[in-house]
Design a binder for this molecule. Structure first.
Ligand SMILES: [Zn+2]
Length: 380
């Protein structure tokens, strides 16, 4: 392995004990951060990149995305923009298209979305199943997801398929479908919501996944208040995602637990829905992550910079809080300590911005500010 030095970094956000460094340099060796300090003291390396006084940030950790699917739902989007509410029912449209697609078609569309995310600074992305909803199709979608990321999530409990009995389907999700998904999954997830899976069914799905050795995450309190957050905390889930309709006790539960509150403002933005109360969560001491929820129905964006802009401009997070949540927060939500920061020893996953400061990510919304991405120390 060769070494690489990035010099003339105007602002280096480490999210570690050294905080933010000016006029900094960073050395990569064997895919890891080997040294950080002033440019004037930087050791030599085999290769050099001059950052030209630009900002360097940890690569984004997108801890919630649904990338293995076929087709899109632009027509449903147009109808919603013409006044129809989002109900989640359109998931079935994507299920039909996904089942009809070949492996190569699913592989190509997943690769395209991951490349799109990478160009926008994402270096780790979680990927859920949930558009197969048969034993064979859930296993197939996870097998394809696992070709692209280690952070694969079994979401057989996304929605009850048309014509299926909810309790019988839940038993399938907890039994044969879990057995088929298990070799390709790190996590288990459930959409705990009216019209999807009720609290008892949600607990059963998560307990079965945990029993099979998977970590738990929950689609919680997205469209209405409910027990999703309580169940996530009770079962030690790594993350409760959405958290749009929270009670004071939900916020207290999250603040007193290791369960990360993952906010997905792209979903509210794309469905013209009220945003979650990020300030209440942060002020209570909860750990907050930001992710895209990239999916063809309610949030068809792969852009973490957009999520940061929304978090700052609509959720009232500070730019520093939003950057932390989109990197270190996502790493917490995936229970990873090797990503989301740029301390010595961390994976050398980072982005060089076309901007002098991370502030520009929210200050200049919609502008492509990712100049160079290093993944495991290699320019992509
Ligand atoms: Zn989701």
């Amino acid at each position: 392995m060769t070494s690489l030095v990035v010099t003339d970094i105007g602002e280096l956000t480490t999210h570690g004990p050294q905080g933010t460094l000016r006029d900094a340099a960073l050395v990569v060796h064997n895919g890891r951060v080997a040294w950080i300090g002033p440019t004037a003291q930087a050791p030599a390396a085999d290769r050099a990149i001059d950052a030209g006084n630009a900002a360097v940030i940890p690569g984004f950790v997108d801890s919630h995305a649904h990338l293995v699917f076929a087709g899109d739902r632009a027509g449903e989007f147009a109808a919603r923009m013409a006044g129809e509410p989002y109900t989640g029912g359109g998931i079935r449209t994507t299920v039909a298209a996904t089942r009809a697609a070949t492996d190569d078609q699913l592989r190509a569309s997943t690769a395209r979305l991951i490349a799109e995310a990478r160009r926008q600074g994402t270096t780790t992305i979680e990927c859920k199943s949930g558009y197969g909803l048969t034993v064979e199709d859930e296993a197939r979608c996870l097998r394809i997801a696992a070709e692209f990321t280690a952070e694969t999530t079994y979401l057989g409990a996304h929605v009850v398929p048309d014509g299926a009995d909810p309790d019988a389907y839940t038993r399938l999700v907890c039994g044969p479908m879990l057995d088929a998904a298990r070799p390709y999954a790190r996590w288990v997830d459930v959409f705990c919501e009216r019209g999807a899976f009720d609290p008892d069914q949600s607990r059963a799905v998560l307990r079965a996944g945990i029993g099979a050795g998977l970590g738990a995450r929950v689609h919680a309190n997205q469209l209405s208040a409910g027990e999703g957050v309580r169940i996530a905390v009770e079962l030690g889930a790594a993350s409760a995602d959405h958290c749009t309709h929270l009670s004071t006790s939900d916020i207290d539960l999250l603040a007193g637990s290791d369960t990360v509150a993952t906010l997905l403002p792209g979903a509210e933005f794309s469905t013209r829905s009220p945003y979650p109360d990020a300030r209440a969560l942060l002020d209570a001491g909860a750990t907050v992550a930001l992710a895209t929820d990239c999916n063809p129905g309610s949030s068809y964006t792969s852009s973490m910079p957009l999520c940061i802009a929304l978090a700052v401009l609509q959720l009232r997070m500070t730019p520093a809080e939003a950057l932390w949540s989109a990197t270190a927060g996502g790493a917490r939500a995936l229970r990873r300590d090797d990503i989301g920061h740029l301390d010595v020893g961390a994976r050398a996953d980072l982005a060089i911005l076309d901007a002098p400061s991370h502030l520009h990510l929210a200050y200049r919304p919609g502008v492509p500010l990712i100049r160079t991405v290093l993944l495991n120390g290699e320019p992509t």
